[in-house]
Ligand binder design. Sequence first.
Ligand SMILES: Cc1ncc(COP(=O)(O)O)c(C=O)c1O
Length: 436
Amino acid sequence: MATDLHAPPRHLIRPEILAATDALGEELTEEALREHIWPLFSRVLNRPIHPKLGRPEIYLANHSLGRPLDCTADDVMGALDLWYRDLDAAWDGWMEARDKFRALVAALLGVERADCVVPKTSAGQGLRAVLNALLRPDRPLSIVATRGEFDSIDFILKMYADKGWAQVHWVEASGGRQGVPCMTKADITGAVAAHNPDLLVVSGAFFSTGQVLEAALWEIAEFAHKADTLVLADLYHKVGVVPPCLDRWNPWIDFAIGGSYKYIRGGPGACWLYINPRHLDHDNEPGALRTLDTGWFAKKDTFKYERTEKPLLAPGGDAWLESTSPFSTCYQALAGMELMLAIGVERLRMYSIEQQVLMRDIFHGKGVDMFDPDPPAQFGAFSLLPHHNAPALSDALREEGVNTDARGKYVRFGPDILNSREELELAALITARVMK
Ligand SMILES: Cc1ncc(COP(=O)(O)O)c(C=O)c1O
């Protein structure tokens, strides 16, 4: 029987987190979050007093580096304790944590098989594993990618192109809302039709604008699939923000990449590559998709130490594992994902949309006009303030105790469940003053 993929996997969530989230009630409110969830974050909520604010800085860069739970430190310490106590027997516990990491990411993605999720230390490493599975000796890979991809992805693709291993066709955004450039479905399907590429690389939510591709991503991926183009979706800004979007929600996506350090509060280094199950389980057959990014954990029967002349791969997604990988990053990412799943990404999404609408209203009331998308659900978990010198404005805000960041012509404000209305009002006041 198919499991309800929207139901939280309670067996993967620790009692302390379940007790807090079970007490929240139907609707998320600041009051309930303050009472039940904020105590799980005492360390980040009690940071040093900012000299100009007389209170800790107002952290609105949650879209950039998410705030960790208190128990994240205990989890990482627990991983080290195992090492001190058990020495080489610690591997068993570390492997369990790695499997739990895969299961939690799978739950966030709405994917039934946890082995479809392969731990990576960066999203870029996931991209390279895919490129290195597709490389061909007879010609460069043909790739369509959007100009909206994150710097790491953009840079890796350009390096492959520079070495002559790929030809990249870049898609510019032709659409826009109130001056914010947006990708249209036709921009991307048009490029796929024109170039008939091996691979399409596209974000599910764009890092600089926050534009979210929902139904359009399904349609684009289906279009690409029919054109025999594989699709890699960068979901870094989507996972933990928008409910699951793979497997039965979007069966056309072949690969997805993402990581933990933003919305899912897991710090850097805990990233992953998703591989659609239709590409798994054929690894030892001729013509199967197999990556050069490999190592002994991808071998069939890793611990038998057999050395067949032809590489024989482990079953399923384990065929995409590589060499000995870090373990502490998995521990570091567990609590954040458990919390997201226990609260429920749908509820978090509704709260985030309402909170951002409120924030934009408050700022508007102080004469600061942020980009106000209509409908708001077409954008992710941060809001944009257009400015001719966005990096300088963001630096000036930080000086005054409001922590944001800037990309291109925009300052990004990313409030979350740990921000109060009072903080948004203070941030608006300070922003208005700094912009004068
Ligand atoms: C959309 C997107 N993809 C990827 C990354 C990170 O890439 P990497 O893990 O290769 O550094 C980011 C980081 O901000 C991002 O916003």
